[in-house]
Design a protein around this ligand. Sequence first.
Ligand code: IMP
Length: 193
Amino acid sequence: MLPELVVASANPDKVKEISEVLDGLVTLIPRPEELPEVVEDGDTLEDNARLKAKAILEATGIAALSDDTGLSVDALGGDPGVHSARYSSESASYYDNVEKLLKNLEGIPPRLRTARFQTVAMVCYPDGTEVIATGVVEGTIAESRKGSEGFGYDPVFIPYEGRGLSFAEMGEEKHRISHRGRALRNLVEMLSS
Ligand code: IMP
């Protein structure tokens, strides 16, 4: 029998990807709609993943799966990092965040635009135990947007393993090499061992 986990994320873009990656590996239970969004004010990706999973576990009594992701850009000292969702402002759209990123990297040549996405994926169980896995993908930040799929910073992230395409030009092929795909597959391997 597949493990049953309630999805802690309230972000439909992330939920779509989580469902695609874990299809046939885990039975995902949707997050109850009436639950308020969890405030992600932790200092690390792991803190934020735990805040989300614990909140949903407490509300449902069911083992909860969360993930938290940050984009770390070397030329910006690791920013936006844990602040990736609110890089431009508290209510920033994906577009606003990408705009700010491109602006802050203006004049930086391609070879110095190195970056990585990092994901922490976590399951918190009712007995207090937790399982944590990570996933990373290395790449560079493009000088302009390319592609219309995916979400967030996908139009400007060019993974080294992606034949020069941005994540937003890849569709589901993204999951094979992405931070989230890797973290979730690592997590499932740990759950089944
Ligand atoms: P979260 O804290 O995991 O929800 O992610 C923080 C922010 O990182 C999101 O609001 C997106 O802007 C960005 N992000 C997360 N995952 C991805 C991804 O797979 N591609 C592009 N951007 C992402």
